[in-house]
Design a binder for this molecule. Structure first.
Ligand SMILES: [Zn+2]
Length: 73
C-alpha cells in the first residue's frame, strides 16, 4: 500500500505535499462492519477531501497527524 511511515503524502491526485491529517471514511454501501478507508491530506486538501466524502453522506472522521508531537509547545 503506502510506503514507510516516516513520511505521509497527501492522497489528492498530483499533490506531493506532506499530509497533516488522516481522513478515515467508510462507504456504507460497499464497506461493511469496521472496514475503513484512510485518505491522507495536506492542509490545502483536507477540506476538499472531507467535503467530497461529506457530500456523499459517508461517515468520516478527520484525525490530525501530529508531526510536531515531539516539539515543546
Ligand atoms: Zn494535498
Amino acid at each position: 500500500m503506502i510506503g514507510g511511515p516516516e513520511r505521509h503524502t497527501c492522497s489528492r491526485a498530483d499533490c506531493r505535499l506532506e499530509a497533516t491529517a488522516a481522513i478515515e471514511w467508510r462507504n456504507p454501501r460497499i464497506h461493511t462492519g469496521d472496514r475503513v478507508k484512510v485518505w491522507l491530506a495536506c492542509d490545502d486538501h483536507v477540506g476538499v477531501l472531507r467535503d467530497f466524502l461529506a457530500a456523499r453522506a459517508f461517515p468520516l472522521e478527520v484525525k490530525r497527524l501530529d508531526a510536531s508531537a515531539d516539539r515543546v509547545r
